[in-house]
Design a protein around this ligand. Structure first.
Ligand code: ATP
Length: 237
């Protein structure tokens, strides 16, 4: 197993937001965490990336306990992050934003830059444009491209579909699929349960800080409870 989150508890002050969540991600998989607003998806992802500390439980990545490792070291160890709200540097060009993604690496990354531009032709067209003037979808592409520049073993994605038009969501999701085909494992947090379940191999359903279901994604797409709660009242897919 590449990434193992074991019985983590996370607090905001006295409030326990995550009440014992366990998630496993195997090499080569796309795993998704779905759930309503406030279920704890983002907090779980932030805890994995090191932006929040945990009160108890453990996170093991690539055979090492990283529970107490600082966030930037987790990136260097191979946990790539494209944060919620994108985190693009607005006053830097697209190109420089991408180069920032490789800051922790040594050696030549020309081939990786070329691959990111190949995956995202839109970024290649706009390489001299300022990050802050890109559209929401383009900024999402840039955030993912920048994360890829660190050559992650696992890519952590926090709601990449947020605020995007359906066509752009489809584009982003098909690029995520392609990134996975090329060998990167993906852990995806999504409100858009339908799209996420279509893309992922396995999924976890979170409710109020706990996992209430975990199963192959295709199974959850057909689960009447999941359909009623997260897929538009079972209107099909
Ligand atoms: N900075 C914070 N301070 C206090 N409580 C917080 C903070 N961030 C999140 N919470 C609380 O933690 C719980 C989990 O929130 P979280 O953002 O992880 O959920 P989520 O499933 O990602 O939802 P959303 O899709 O709305 O982001 C919620 O009850 C939320 O109010």
């Amino acid at each position: 197993m590449l990434l193992e989150i074991k019985d983590i508890h996370v607090h905001y002050g006295k409030i326990e937001a995550i009440k014992g969540i366990s998630v496993e991600v195997n090499e080569g998989e796309i795993v998704t965490l779905i759930g309503a607003n406030g279920a704890g998806k983002t907090t779980t992802l932030k805890t994995i990336s090191g932006l929040r500390g945990l009160s108890s439980g453990s996170i093991t990545f690539d055979g090492k306990d990283i529970s107490k490792m600082p966030g930037h070291k987790r990136v260097m160890a191979g946990l790539g992050q494209a944060p919620e709200g994108r985190g693009v540097f607005p006053g830097m060009t697209v190109h420089d934003n991408l180069l920032m993604g490789a800051y922790s690496r040594s050696g030549d990354f020309t081939a990786d830059l070329a691959e990111v531009y190949e995956l995202f032709p839109r970024l290649a067209e706009r390489r001299t444009q300022m990050g802050g003037t890109m559209s929401g979808g383009e900024q999402q592409m840039l955030a993912i491209g920048r994360a890829l520049m660190a050559k992650p073993k696992v890519l952590l994605l926090d709601e990449p579909s947020m605020g995007l038009a359906p066509l752009m969501v489809q584009q982003i999701f098909s690029i995520i699929e392609e990134i996975n085909h090329r060998g990167t494992t993906v852990l995806l947090v999504e409100q858009n349960a339908q799209q996420a379940l279509k893309l992922a191999h396995r999924a976890y359903v979170l409710e109020t800080g706990k996992v209430v279901k975990s199963a192959p994604a295709a199974e959850l797409l057909d689960d009447p409870d999941v359909q009623a709660a997260y897929l538009g009242g079972g209107l099909g897919h």
